[in-house]
Design a protein around this ligand. Structure first.
Ligand code: TLP
Length: 338
């Protein structure tokens, strides 16, 4: 199988498995797991924030952030195709009792003027704007990088109106590597940030949320309320530490491979690459092949190639370290013969 469904499908490296086996552990609900504490410290430093919290998943991290920043009845501003709005099962409404207000972006990038116009004023009739969410890189925009300048402008707008900004940085490492910038350069324009250790970096599980100490204290309580208080989880934090310390730079290979895949797919009659392939995601429109995305994916699977639908006619391919350049060339050959 050549598995392009997601960069979440990678298997932990031998080094990660060894680290998990040998990890020093303690009860994390008592704040006594040394490996978790180390992971949180390393992550906070990388993200330029005072503190960090290890959580089970990107979705849990985003939900804890919304729960911690907002109260029920608040309105959250977010991009119309963002993961928090599109792919988290309506969780912000179900759990935090907030209402989402979407802003249609260009390649996932919201216009700061539109964000400002959407922030509510003082009026007994209207909800209060509790949070603005940004996603970088933007998944449904095909791993598109939200420019630093745009993040800065939105953060300035948010500060002027005393509204916090949360960054869904599930793939922030990809943006950092692609632009050759440290993560703090992005997170400086956010109040809080969530990053995934299990997307492209190879950890079997886990995300980090980071912010100031007060935020993390409250977030820890929300994590516990949600049943996310964990015990001897140094065993799963240890691979996370390796993800942060030795798997980030190699994302550049995934970006190279995505470009190779995109140019190969583009040269196949009937296929059209519709994103700019900033990082590790390629979006392909299959309309001119005369098939739907699901029919195309079904055909691919018969050749041992896996991808996911991203709409009726769009297919998403994601590159990661368990797909080699050689396998990409093999896949292209097979797709050409379809
Ligand atoms: N995205 C998954 C699917 O849910 C679509 C994927 O395969 O890409 N934020 C962003 C931007 C994400 O892409 C994802 C996962 C998450 C949050 C949620 O992370 P997890 O899966 O750890 O809850």
């Amino acid at each position: 199988m050549i598995d392009f469904r997601s960069d979440t499908v990678t298997k932990p490296t031998a080094e990660m498995r060894k680290a998990a086996f040998e990890a020093t552990v303690g009860d994390d609900v008592y704040n006594e797991d040394p490996t978790v504490l180390e992971l949180e410290q390393v992550a906070a430093k990388m993200l330029g924030k005072e503190a960090a919290l290890f959580v089970t998943s990107g979705t849990q991290g985003n939900q804890i952030a919304v729960l911690t920043h907002c109260v029920a009845g608040n309105e959250v501003l977010l991009e119309a195709e963002s993961h928090i709005f599109y792919y988290e099962g309506g969780a912000i409404s179900a759990f935090a009792g907030v209402q989402p207000r979407t802003i249609i972006g260009q390649k996932g990038v919201m216009d700061p003027g539109e964000v400002e116009a959407a922030i509510r004023g003082e009026d007994i009739h209207v909800p209060e704007t509790g949070l603005i969410c940004i996603e970088n890189t933007h998944n449904r925009a095909g791993g598109a990088i939200v420019p630093l300048e745009n993040m800065k402008q939105i953060f300035e707008v948010a500060n002027n109106h005393q509204v916090p900004v949360h960054l869904d940085g599930a793939r922030l490492f990809n943006a950092g590597v692609a632009l050759n910038r440290p993560l703090q350069e992005f997170s400086q324009y956010t109040t809080t940030v969530q990053v995934c250790l299990s997307k492209g970096l190879g950890a079997p599980v886990g995300s980090i949320i980071a912010g100031d100490k007060e935020f993390i204290k409250k977030a820890r309580k929300w994590r516990k309320r949600l049943g996310g208080g964990l015990r001897q989880v140094g065993m799963i934090a240890a691979p996370g530490l390796i993800a942060l310390t030795s798997m980030v730079e190699r994302l550049a290979d995934d970006h190279e491979n995505a470009k190779r895949l995109a140019s190969g797919l583009q040269s196949i009659k009937g296929l059209e690459v519709v994103n700019s392939v900033d990082t590790n995601i390629v979006l392909v429109d299959v309309t001119k092949k005369g098939v739907t995305a699901s029919q195309f994916i079904q055909k691919l699977s018969e050749f041992g190639i896996l991808a996911v639908p991203f709409g009726p006619t769009l297919v998403r391919f994601t590159t990661h370290y368990d797909v080699s350049t050689l396998q990409i060339d093999e896949a292209l050959k097979a797709i050409k013969s379809l």
